[in-house]
Design a protein around this ligand. Structure first.
Ligand SMILES: Nc1ncnc2c1ncn2[C@@H]1O[C@H](COP(=O)(O)OP(=O)(O)OP(=O)(O)O)[C@@H](O)[C@H]1O
Ligand SMILES: [Mg+2]
Length: 259
C-alpha cells in the first residue's frame, strides 16, 4: 500500500468558528477510509477543503505526494481526486447518459464542450467518453437506465448517478458525503456493494456516514471528528468500542458490544 492522500494541519474558520482545526490524516491506495462524528463536527467541511470546494485557512493537502492545497475541484478531478455530486448538480431533465457525458467533458476535456464538434479529435474524445460511460454505468447497475430522464429515477438511483458522473473521470480517490442517507436498507446495501466494487477496481474511497452498521461493513479505517478535530482513529472495531467515541458520539447503544 502506498499513500494517496495526505492532509496536515488543515484548518478552516467561519467567522469565529473553527469548523476544521489542525486536521491531519492519510488515505492509502485502495483504502475505504471512513469519517464519522456528531452533527457539526466538521466532516463535510473537511472533504470540501480536500476536494477544493472551499479554500483552507491553513494547512496542506498532498495527493500522490504533490501539494494540491486550494486547487479548484476540476483541476483535482484531473489529478484523480473526485467527489460525488449532489442531486442538485444532476440535470434532472437530461438522461442518465447525457449527465455522464456532460461530466466527462467537464472533467476530462474542459473547453471542448460545443466546440470542434466535427473534428476527428472531437470524435475520438466522444468515443472515449462513451466507452467510459458504458463501463461505469455497467459497474453501477445503471445500464438499463441510460436513457431514463434523471428526475424520473428513484432517489437511490439519482444518488448513484451522482457517483457515476464522478467515476467517468476515472479518479483514483472518490469522496462520498453520506451516500446512504435517506436510502432504504436495500438501497444502502447496494451502495455498500458498489463501494466494495470500487475498491476491487483500485479506487480508494473516503466516505462520511452516520449509519454505523454501514460504516463498520465497508471501512478499512475510521477517523472520528469532534469540534473540528480528531477524536480517534483506527479500525472500525477499535473506534466503535472506544469509550471517548461512545461518549461523544455513539451514545449508550454502543456501550456494550453488539450481539
Ligand atoms: N459555509 C459556512 N459558513 C458558516 N459556517 C459553516 C459553513 N459551513 C459549515 N459551517 C459550520 O461549520 C461547522 C461544521 O459543519 P459541517 O457541515 O462540516 O459538519 P458535519 O460534520 O458535516 O455535520 P453533519 O453530520 O450534520 O453533516 C458547523 O458548525 C457548521 O454550522
Ligand atoms: Mg455533513
Amino acid at each position: 500500500m502506498s499513500t494517496l492522500l495526505e492532509v496536515e494541519g488543515l484548518s478552516r474558520n467561519f467567522g469565529g468558528l473553527a469548523a476544521v482545526s489542525g486536521l491531519g490524516l492519510d488515505v492509502q491506495e485502495r483504502e475505504v477510509f471512513g469519517i464519522i462524528g456528531p452533527n457539526g463536527a466538521g466532516k463535510t467541511t473537511a472533504i470540501n477543503l480536500i476536494s477544493g470546494v472551499i479554500k483552507p485557512s491553513s494547512g496542506v493537502v498532498r495527493f500522490r505526494g504533490e501539494a494540491v492545497t486550494g486547487l479548484p475541484p476540476h483541476r483535482l478531478v484531473r489529478k484523480g481526486l473526485a467527489r460525488t455530486f449532489q442531486a442538485t448538480t444532476v440535470y434532472g431533465q437530461r438522461s442518465v447518459y447525457e449527465n455522464c457525458l456532460r461530466g466527462a467533458y467537464l472533467h476530462l476535456y474542459p473547453g471542448f464542450l460545443g466546440t470542434f464538434l466535427h473534428t476527428a479529435a472531437a470524435r475520438a474524445m466522444r468515443a472515449e467518453a462513451d466507452a467510459r460511460i458504458e463501463e461505469v454505468l455497467g459497474w453501477l447497475g445503471l445500464t438499463a437506465a441510460a436513457d431514463t430522464i434523471a428526475s424520473n429515477l428513484p432517489y437511490g438511483a439519482q444518488k448513484t448517478l451522482g457517483l457515476a458522473i464522478a467515476l467517468v473521470a476515472q479518479p483514483s480517490l472518490v469522496m462520498l458525503d453520506e451516500p446512504a442517507a435517506g436510502l432504504s436498507a436495500e438501497e444502502a446495501d447496494h451502495v455498500r456493494d458498489t463501494i466494495r466494487r470500487l475498491r476491487e477496481r483500485g479506487i480508494a474511497v473516503v466516505v462520511i456516514d452516520h449509519n454505523m452498521r454501514f460504516m463498520r461493513d465497508i471501512c478499512d479505517r475510521i477517523f472520528v471528528m469532534h469540534h473540528g478535530q480528531e477524536l480517534a482513529r483506527g479500525t472500525p472495531d477499535e473506534v466503535l468500542s472506544d469509550p471517548t467515541v461512545i461518549q461523544a458520539y455513539l451514545g449508550r447503544a454502543y456501550a456494550k458490544p453488539e450481539a
